[in-house]
Design a protein around this ligand. Structure first.
Ligand SMILES: *[C@@H]1O[C@H](CO)[C@@H](O)[C@H](O)[C@H]1NC(C)=O
Ligand SMILES: *[C@@H]1O[C@H](CO)[C@@H](O)[C@H](O)[C@H]1NC(C)=O
Ligand SMILES: *[C@@H]1O[C@H](CO)[C@@H](O)[C@H](O)[C@H]1NC(C)=O
Length: 410
């Protein structure tokens, strides 16, 4: 009853809707001359937190005056989300756990004694089990379906649903949520309204709490009666969908390719992202080769790879997800734009340009040589002419000049 006092009077409608059980039959197990009975006055109360239930009990009467012992309680409860029993041991007289209110609540509890008189060995009492199944209320088949939540870039979360197979006319849906830092449930801050009615809820980042149960329920009303309530519990950090990877850039390096991109916008820390790179390579034989590579924790958002000799053109696209170091789950982002290398055909064009350049050079040199040759020819001709003139001149001089002067003209 300890916890109950903490709740305001209006909550008493929710509390104690489960069960109280009278002390059970005396246990067969004894230690140090006393019966190791299961705990007494077990109560499961619902404070109205959409499945977060409190379990309380008291020390069994038989162990009330026991000294020199440690008394602990082993509580087991069925986790309907994970579909397995969970076990806890505590010296306290209360425990709170998350249950799916649409399913049976199953709890088992026993007393564990460890005393000097048992030489320090543990004695486990008998286990008792409580099962509680809540009778569903509301129009049968009117509970919503396909409920899922996506936490976009850790900036805001959207939870959406489809109406149940039976939808009474003029029905209205309501969503309520709660996490452990809230005193009470709150209604959806912003409904997503489609022509057929409310089909989702948008939560701003401030209304969310990570690494904790985030409980939701969708109920509804209609002139034909209330709709059946659906309960959910999520951990919001496992529903993150990063934004699209942007600025994908492919460049060619000596002997390979290099891929760069920018981390998605949003509030997901860079070290929390993993990337998947999908490459599709067009081969020279006309076939296409597809590959996918996942990178858990890249130091920087770039990746170098070899270029296949027979590859014609390679195209890449990238998507990202929260990695296992930061959450137990996540949703892949949408694919980035596709970016490709330059076509091999196109890549040869510069080579042709080089060839024509060499050709031009050859022709140029040819023209130069030719002009030089022509020039030479002309010069030789002129010299020949000069020689002829000289001979003529000499003859004339020889005739008119005295022989004494002749050496000057030689
Ligand atoms: C425990 O002790 C109290 C008084 O000290 C007594 O009244 C009570 O009967 C005892 N209970 C048991 C189970 O022995
Ligand atoms: C505890 O240990 C002592 C000595 O080792 C032994 O005589 C006694 O029977 C033991 N008691 C129990 C309950 O095991
Ligand atoms: C829906 O659930 C909330 C929270 O439990 C409750 O306050 C509200 O009255 C319910 N509404 C309907 C129509 O059942």
């Amino acid at each position: 009853m300890l916890l109950l006092n903490k709740f305001p009077a209006w909550l008493s409608a929710f509390t104690l809707l489960l069960l109280t059980q009278e002390p059970v039959s005396t246990s067969e197990v004894t230690a140090c001359g006393v019966a190791v009975d299961p705990p007494a006055n077990i109560e499961i109360t619902d404070p109205g937190f959409l499945g977060y239930l409190s379990i309380h009990w008291t020390r069994p009467a038989s162990l009330q005056n026991l000294t020199g012992c440690t008394v602990r309680y082993q509580l087991r409860y069925y986790d309907t989300y994970e579909e397995r029993w969970r076990s806890v041991r505590t010296v306290k007289l209360t425990y709170a756990a998350q249950f799916d209110l649409e399913k049976s609540v199953k709890v088992r509890i026993l007393t564990v004694l460890k005393c000097a008189c048992t030489n320090g060995t543990e004695v486990q009492g008998e286990e008792t089990e409580w099962v509680y199944t809540r009778e569903p209320t509301g129009v049968a088949g009117s509970g919503i379906r396909d409920f899922h939540c996506v936490f976009y870039g850790k900036e805001y979360m959207e939870c959406t649903w489809e109406s149940g197979p039976v939808q009474p006319p003029n029905s209205q849906h309501y969503l309520y949520y709660w996490h452990k830092e809230m005193d009470e449930t709150k209604e959806c801050p912003e409904y997503i309204v489609l022509p057929e009615g409310r089909r989702g809820c948008r939560f701003p980042r401030e209304s969310l709490l990570e690494f904790s149960n985030f409980n939701l329920c969708v109920n509804g009303s209609s002139p034909a009666g209330s709709l059946r309530t659906a309960y959910f519990s999520v951990e919001v950090q496992n529903h993150v969908k990063p934004a699209v990877v942007s600025s994908v850039h492919v460049s060619e390096t000596a002997g390979g390719l290099k891929l760069d991109w920018s981390p998605p916008s949003g509030r997901v820390p860079e070290h929390c992202l993993e990337y998947e790179v999908e490459s599709s390579t067009a081969m020279e034989n006309g076939k296409e080769k597809q590959e996918r590579m996942v990178f858990q924790n890249l130091v920087d958002t770039s990746y170098g790879l070899l270029r296949g000799v027979d590859s014609q053109k390679t195209c890449f696209r990238i998507r990202s997800k929260v990695n296992m170091y930061c959450a137990d789950g996540g949703i892949w982002s949408d694919w980035s734009q596709t970016k490709c290398t330059v076509d091999k055909e196109t890549r040869y064009i510069p080579a042709w340009k080089y060839l024509s350049l060499v050709g031009l050079l050859v022709i140029g040199i040819g023209i130069l040589c030719l002009s030089l040759w022509i020039l030479k020819k002309i010069c030789i001709k002129k010299i020949n002419k000069k020689d002829a003139l000289y001979t003529l001149y000499k003859e004339k001089v020889n005739k008119t000049m005295p022989t004494i002067l002749s050496p000057i003209f030689k």
